[in-house]
Design a protein around this ligand. Structure first.
Ligand SMILES: NC(=O)c1ccc[n+]([C@@H]2O[C@H](COP(=O)([O-])OP(=O)(O)OC[C@H]3O[C@@H](n4cnc5c(N)ncnc54)[C@H](OP(=O)(O)O)[C@@H]3O)[C@@H](O)[C@H]2O)c1
Length: 513
């Protein structure tokens, strides 16, 4: 029996798998196996790496064929006494334009990406050596698809007590539901690939828990990962990453140093454990369209979170070029929360917290920067419903920031005493918060003109229109994309532009205030 250590990569005759083998040949002390279902394609891949001076080994392995899996497992057991690194990379995906009936796509995709990979794990986990590393190449699409599942399904996939049998049953149910044309009613998303990768990520977590329990002293680490969006036959030439770049995270997990105890049972991307919070989900949904958004945590209600983020942008980028204060809340019309509470809570986020953002971020807005405060036409309408005295203050050119803050606080105090209408305020907490935000925008624009006259910063309040979101509901007239248009216009006002500045802008037009 060979005393060499050994690494096995499934589906490694091309794409990310081949790039993983290439990197392991350079970084891993031991034998590295290209495995392929087709011997000819596998040997061509070996030859291509030989021509670079690398010496991978080869073994046939079709993960769809249980006999092929058990033959390979027996070979590695006999020749090496087991396996040190197993990377389950083999996978398939139908192209978006493929007209194969969805039920067939579901069956074929889950067969390889979930059931066959599970067979690999069932046969190979018992021969993974102590200190071994197991990497399942999943995808961020699994996160995206999970979020599109019904709450009941999400609860099961996320639970800590789901068993391998239950998971297998759910994957089979997806296939059965697609055959009946009922998968959407049953709470499944419309993506066979996504569901197959939900299964693989969840399976990774289940098996990691089992390893921890059954082989606690063996120090094996098993994780699922996303390689990113990679230029391969699967993902096409437009993907931003090369196969070498796609291999980075799988190889990182395969080479976690001896005695490392984590990550284990995690979903890892860009060498980072993904917590799959709402922010990461949004990044994932854009990534599935090929867009590369970055992420930073930021709770505007938390001053500590604001100052942490401001310090981050200052240090990493020397400041900020475009700041869009979009975060906001609104109580539903039917909400029975007492008006005083609605007033306090709404103004806290929409006015006071947004003001905190501006206080902390304006000093780091770079010359030529653009600041957009997402206000609303409701703020303008609310202004017209205020008493003449209040209207006069909100419209005056000399209202200082402190006076505006006091007025907003007065509204909350009067609402608490049930006296806001007598004091000249209209009956809308959301409206008042946005009247405050638009007025604040005008005040701060005047400050900027005075204090940084040569910096060419433009700051405006903008209205997105009435937009179909969780806040405004499905009857609203605009899509989110349409709602973004005016705000993006203000954010991208060309260099050297001098206006609009300190205005309330709707549909790219300055509105009266
Ligand atoms: N590319 C991306 O942007 C991206 C993003 C996220 C996740 N992934 C995942 O990364 C992995 C590799 O994808 P890729 O982009 O490199 O795709 P690829 O270029 O199409 O390569 C897929 C590999 O899997 C092999 N394979 C498929 N079915 C197999 C089976 N039954 N037995 C053994 N090998 C089999 C293929 O072999 P043949 O040549 O014989 O077909 C090929 O070697 C997949 O699991 C994929 O889901 C890719």
């Amino acid at each position: 029996m060979s005393t060499s250590r050994v690494a096995v990569v499934t589906g490694s005759n091309k794409g990310i798998g081949l790039a993983i083998v290439q990197a392991l040949c350079k970084q891993f002390q031991g034998d590295v196996y290209i495995t392929s279902r087709d011997i000819g394609r596998g040997q061509e891949a070996v030859a291509s790496l030989n021509s670079e001076g690398l010496k991978p080994m080869f073994h046939q392995l079709d993960i769809d064929d249980l006999n092929s899996i058990t033959t390979a497992a027996a070979f590695f057991k006999e020749k090496y006494g087991g396996v040190d690194i197993l990377i389950n990379n083999a996978g398939i995906a139908f192209k978006v334009a493929d007209t194969t009936p969805f039920a067939v796509q579901a069956e074929v995709t889950l067969k390889t990406n979930f059931f066959a990979t599970r067979d690999m794990l069932s046969q190979f986990l018992p021969i993974i050596k102590a200190g071994g590393r197991v990497v399942n190449v999943s995808s961020f699409v699994s996160v995206y698809a999970l979020n599109k599942c019904s709450p009941a399904l999400q609860q099961r996939f996320r639970s800590e007590d789901i068993t391998e049998e239950e998971l297998g049953g759910l994957m089979q149910k997806f296939i059965d539901d697609t055959r009946k044309g009922e998968h959407k009613q049953a709470g499944w998303p419309d993506t066979a690939y996504g569901v197959s990768k939900i299964g693989l990520t969840t399976l990774s977590m289940i098996l990691a828990r089992r390893l921890f329990k059954e082989r606690p002293n063996d120090g094996i680490l098993l994780n699922a990962c996303c390689p990113g969006w990679v230029r391969t036959d699967m993902a096409g030439p437009k993907a931003p990453k090369s196969p070498d770049e796609g291999a980075v995270t799988p190889v990182y997990l395969a080479l976690l140093p001896p005695r490392a105890t984590e990550p284990h049972g995690k979903f890892v991307s860009e060498k980072e454990v993904q917590t799959c919070g709402r922010g990461q989900e949004a990044v994932a949904s854009l990534a599935s369209e090929g867009l590369k958004a970055m992420f930073h945590q930021l709770d505007i209600d938390d001053l500590n979170s604001i100052t942490t983020a401001a310090a981050f942008f200052k240090e990493k980028y020397g400041g900020v070029d475009v700041l869009i204060n979009n975060a906001g809340i609104a109580f539903g019309v039917a909400d029975s929360t007492p008006f005083a509470v609605q007033a306090e809570v709404t103004l806290k986020t929409n006015f006071f917290a947004t003001r905190d953002m501006l206080t902390q971020f304006l000093p780091i807005i770079k010359a030529g920067g653009r600041v957009v405060n997402v206000s609303s036409f409701v703020g303008a309408r609310t202004l017209n419903q205020c008493s003449p005295a209040l209207q006069q203050r909100f419209r005056s050119e000399d209202i200082p920031e402190e006076e505006l803050v006091e007025l907003m606080q007065e509204f909350v105090n009067k609402a608490k005493k049930g006296e806001h209408t007598q004091a000249g305020w209209p009956d809308t907490a959301y409206g008042v918060s946005k009247t405050g935000l638009t007025t604040l925008s005008m005040i701060l624009a005047r400050h900027l003109s005075k204090e940084r006259p040569n910096d060419g910063i433009l700051l405006n309040a903008g209205c997105p229109g009435w937009v179909r979101t969780d806040m405004a509901g499905s009857n609203a007239t605009r899509s989110p994309e349409e709602g973004a248009a005016n705000l993006v216009y203000l954010a991208l006002l060309p260099p050297g532009a001098t206006e609009p500045h300190g205005k309330f802008v709707s549909d790219k037009e300055v509105q009266p205030w």
